[in-house]
Design a protein. Structure first.
Lengths: 113, 880
């Protein structure tokens, strides 16, 4: 297994939005899903997950309601709102552009400059 | 949309804070338990799994705190928390809280009261139609001038004329004096004031031929007629002429509002004879600036004046006309010109009081900060942010200020009436309306931050370790520097407080001393034994001939009364009325307007005898100086000196310039009298000319003040005087005033009020400053108990300890006094216009005020010093 990487500053919000875009999740579920998709290559501070969730909810990107978990326990489920969907879209586009640009720079050879 | 969600989330969070907390707990618990279950599945024991889960999660409380932050509820929550804590802290030290609240209540209350007065007199817009467009023209105009101005000006969309004056109203045959107001027909339409009963005066009413009508002011209607609707159609008489009451309407006036309003067309008939001018108010067109309007009106006005003078226009007249200007002053509110010197000084003084109060409480807080050092250090040590603690301390001080503000409002409400009576003469009440409440709220808030910020920053600047170790009683450093932090702050505060206090005391001292000088000043005439009685024949319709014959009958009867030494009359009472006229004297090259100005009065025979003014040469007037006899005058010593340079002026002639400029022969010279205390300041001339009342110009007839000199107590003849007048004409409006002394005294009314106010506030400042010094010294002694104990254990004498503490207190006082003297010297110049007979830097006053302050300061540090002296070394060493 690769060594875990620390999350880049400011990307947690995007990952949470992506995670809940695949279907409603409780907080722990968000953590598991990100770890699962990333094949455990990302290290997420559990303590910082909830403030992020609260912040996203406060901003209206995600909404929450209480439901029942897989093991029949009460849990708070988050789902993406319409505004959150748009936000996720623009954020991922921005990220992809940024990644392209940075990758392009890093790929550059002396001849190209 | 997003904003809405945010606000909703915030509101929900605030509304059910408890529910949110519960949910947050449940959510996090679920996370950790679910995590732990997964760990159990991977083979850990239940307990170990839970432990691991918790560790991996990290700081739960911190996460919660961040969640609350993310929600945005933290502000309110923190505020509530801080307020609760603040209340607890205030309750815990009732002494500090009481002193703090009282101090602030005094400071804020005084400011509230003065603001309320200023607001009413100066700032507040009157509740009339678009008040900010209304402007009053300066000066006042003669009625024909007004009509021409209104017809020619392009700057105003509409205009009206208005004039106020006293009237005698007969209601059901009973006469009473009221405040009358003349308004031109446009008045009600321009101001947009509506009748609350009947109708208002219209342009049709304002014609000489129209039926005579009047409108009652709402206040007068309420006061005199008990809001009865039956007044409509009733008649009242003004100058014995019946007027039909057509309606009731509110009157708005930054000054004294009128009782009865009549059309301007009746002005000539009803107004007092010396009143031939009216004030003019217009609605400025939106596109015209005040400056443009003023320039335009000035031009028009000069043309009108030149036209009126016609062919007789002399170069001097031309010069006079060229000097005329028309100014615009806002009429929709009192305006700055009503911001009287008294009000200005009062505003400055209460500002200083508030500053002193702030410093006082700030100082107390500073002292408390050192005793709370341990608490603050503990909170800092367990991770509270410095700003968080500052915020909490600030919340506490704002809480204190707001409590002080509440009491201050109460104080202003109770004491405001007194204050306003002192300053403006009229007892306008300090009604706590929205504006006043807003002001008090803002001042309280600012005050709270003002006195709280510095101590809060100071208290949190602590170096943690010594504070935690030393247990709060910093045992090193000087008297004021507790626990090794800046020692200068507390000292600085006490010094500035004493300085400000001294400045106020000096102002109060200067005003008191000039008041004393004023009341002892030689006015040049008899003050004690002379009783005055106003008679107003014109108000009941006398013409000039009737009036003169009335006086001719009245005076001999008064002179014949027992206990009366002599009786006379004059148009103006000495020391209150003033009639400036220009004269031209042959062979005197007349220069400036100042050079030719004299004060004039019309008098009856025996006036000088009655008033105790010595006749230096020539003769007094006699009954032979009738209307048709040659025109004569008696002049004052300084007028003789000024125009005749030591030659005997008796038998010489001069002329009053102006319309009735006939030649006048001088028949006598009398000693000078004061026209008022500040003659030069108010451009009044001590040069005086007296003429017989029978030869007075028409504008100076209509009323007179009768002077009677009593052999014994002046008061006892008041009834007899009234009776004489009543027997001549039972309807004659008569007002037995007072002794001449009270007139002089009355002219001191405003200086006296200002002096009393300043003295009162000065004493208040002294009280506050001594509380401040006392508090600081007491606190310092408590702080140094241990050190003093050691000193005494090592053999220091009690006397030495006493001296040491007193010396420190007096050093501070000296610092404050030198600062206060400098500040005083700089500031007292501002009140020099209010001083009489002494300079603004009168050394005696400065020294006396300093000594007074030093004495009180000595007392304030003596009490703590005695306590220090009594420190028992054994107790002190075991202390803490």
């Amino acid at each position: 297994m690769d060594k875990q990487m620390e999350l880049l500053q400011g990307t947690l919000d995007m990952l949470i939005l992506k995670a809940v875009s695949l279907g409603p999740l409780h907080g722990y579920g968000v953590l598991l899903r990100i770890q699962q998709i990333s094949k455990d290559r990302l290290e997420i501070q559990q303590g910082s997950l909830y403030p992020a969730l609260y912040r996203l909810e406060h901003q209206g990107w995600i909404a929450s309601e209480w439901g029942e978990s897989e093991n029949k326990r009460k849990a708070k489920y988050y789902r993406l709102t319409a505004a959150g969907k748009r936000k996720l879209q623009t954020e991922s586009e921005k990220w992809n552009r940024m990644a392209d640009v940075i990758a392009g720079i890093l790929r550059s050879t002396p001849e190209e400059v | 949309m997003r904003w809405w969600t945010r606000i909703r989330s915030w509101l929900r969070a605030v509304a059910d804070r408890l529910r949110t907390e519960r949910e947050m707990d449940a959510e996090l618990r679920f996370h950790i338990e679910a995590f732990a279950e997964d760990l159990v599945r991977s083979g850990l024991s239940g307990e170990e799994a839970l432990r691991r889960a918790r560790i991996e999660f990290g700081g739960i409380e911190r996460a919660k705190e961040e969640c609350r932050d993310a929600r945005g509820v933290n502000f309110v929550e923190t505020l509530l928390q801080d307020l609760r804590f603040g209340f607890r802290m205030l309750r815990k030290s009732p002494g500090f809280t009481t002193v703090g609240i009282l101090t602030l209540a005094l400071g804020i209350g005084a400011n509230t009261a003065i603001f309320s007065l200023t607001d009413q007199a100066v700032l507040r817009w009157l509740p009339i139609k678009i008040p900010e467009q209304l402007f009053e023209l300066q000066p006042d105009f003669l009625i024909p001038e007004y009509e021409k101005l209104a017809a020619h000006t392009q700057s105003f969309s509409e205009m009206f004329a208005s004039d106020k004056g006293p009237m005698i109203a007969g209601i059901d045959g009973v006469p009473e004096e009221i405040g009358g107001r003349f308004v031109s027909g446009a008045y009600y339409s321009v101001t947009g004031i509506h009748a609350i009963l009947g109708r208002v005066i219209t342009p049709e009413d304002d014609h000489p031929a129209s039926p005579l009508v009047c409108v009652l002011s709402q206040n007068y209607w309420k006061r005199r007629f008990g809001n009865s609707a039956e007044v409509l159609g009733k008649t009242i008489t003004l100058k014995r002429i019946p007027f039909l009451i057509i309606g009731v309407a509110p009157e708005f006036d930054a000054g004294k509002a009128a009782d009865v309003i009549v059309p301007m067309a009746t002005h000539l008939e009803l107004a007092m004879k010396d009143n031939d001018t009216v004030s003019m108010v217009g609605r400025l067109k939106p596109e015209v600036s005040e400056k443009q309007a003023s320039a335009e009106l000035t031009l028009v006005y000069r043309e009108i004046l030149a036209e009126a003078a016609g062919s007789k226009l002399t170069p001097a007249d031309q010069q006079r006309i060229r000097e005329k200007t028309v100014q615009l002053i806002p009429a929709g509110h009192g305006g700055l010109h009503r911001f009287s010197m008294e009000l200005r000084i009062a505003t400055a003084v209460v500002g200083i009081i508030l500053l002193i109060a702030c410093i006082n409480v700030g100082n107390l807080l500073l002292a408390r900060g050192t005793t709370r050092q341990r608490e603050i250090a503990v909170r800092l040590a367990i991770g509270a942010g410095r700003w968080r603690i500052i915020r909490q301390l600030l919340t506490e001080s704002i809480l204190l200020a707001v409590l002080g503000g509440c009491f201050g409002l109460l104080l202003a409400w109770c004491g405001g009436q007194l204050l306003s009576a002192l300053i403006s003469g009229a007892a306008t009440s300090v009604t706590p309306d929205v504006r006043v409440l807003g002001f008090t709220g803002a001042v309280s808030l600012l005050t709270g931050i003002g006195f709280g910020l510095l101590p809060a920053m100071h208290a949190t600047r602590t170096n943690l370790t010594p504070s935690l170790k030393a247990g709060g009683s910093g045992s090193r450093g000087s008297l004021f520097g507790a626990a090794g932090s800046r020692p200068g702050l507390g000292k600085g505060l006490v010094i500035s407080q004493i300085g400000l206090c001294l400045t106020l005391l000096i102002c109060a001292g200067l005003l008191l001393e000039s008041l004393r000088k004023l009341s002892q000043a030689d006015v040049g005439f008899e003050r004690e034994k002379v009783l005055l009685m106003w008679v107003l024949p014109t108000m009941v319709g006398y013409d000039i001939a009737q009036e003169n014959s009335l006086y001719g009958q009245l005076l001999p009867r008064l002179n014949a009364l027992p206990d009366v030494e002599s009786a006379s009359l004059s148009r103006l009472q000495l020391f209150s009325g003033y009639w400036g006229r220009s004269v031209s004297v042959p062979r005197h090259a007349s220069g400036t307007a100042e050079d030719v100005r004299v004060s004039c009065n019309t008098i009856a025979p025996k006036f000088f005898l009655t008033m105790g003014i010595p006749l230096l040469s020539g003769r007094d007037f006699t009954p032979a100086d009738t209307t048709t006899a040659p025109k004569v005058a008696i002049i004052s010593e300084s007028m003789a000196q000024h125009y005749f340079q030591g030659e005997n002026p008796v038998g010489r002639h001069f002329r009053f310039t102006g319309e009735d400029g006939t030649d006048v022969e001088i028949v006598g010279v009398v000693k000078d009298v004061l026209t008022e205390f500040r003659e030069e300041q108010n451009q009044r001339s001590p040069r005086a000319a007296y003429i017989p009342f029978t030869q007075a110009p028409a504008t100076m007839t209509g009323q007179a003040v009768v002077e009677v000199r009593a052999a014994e107590n002046a008061r006892v003849i008041a009834g007899a005087m009234r009776e004489v007048a009543r027997r001549l004409d039972k309807d004659l409006p008569v007002d037995v005033v007072t002794t001449q002394n009270e007139i002089v005294d009355e002219s001191l009314g405003r200086p006296r009020a200002l002096t009393q106010l300043t003295a009162l506030l000065g004493l208040l400042a002294l009280l506050l400053a001594s509380i401040g010094l006392y508090g600081t010294m007491s606190h310092a002694v408590v702080q140094r108990t241990r050190e003093i104990g050691i000193r005494m254990a090592l053999g220091a004498e009690r006397q030495n300890v006493l001296r040491m503490v007193i010396r420190e207190g007096m050093l501070l006082t000296l610092g404050g006094i030198s600062g206060g003297l400098a500040l005083g010297a700089a500031l007292t110049r501002l009140i020099s216009s209010q001083l009489y007979g002494l300079s603004a830097t009168d050394p005696l006053t400065f020294v006396t005020a300093s000594l007074l302050l030093a004495g009180v300061a000595l007392l304030a540090s003596y009490i703590p010093a005695r306590r220090a002296m009594r420190v028992d070394p054994m107790v002190a060493l075991k202390y803490e």
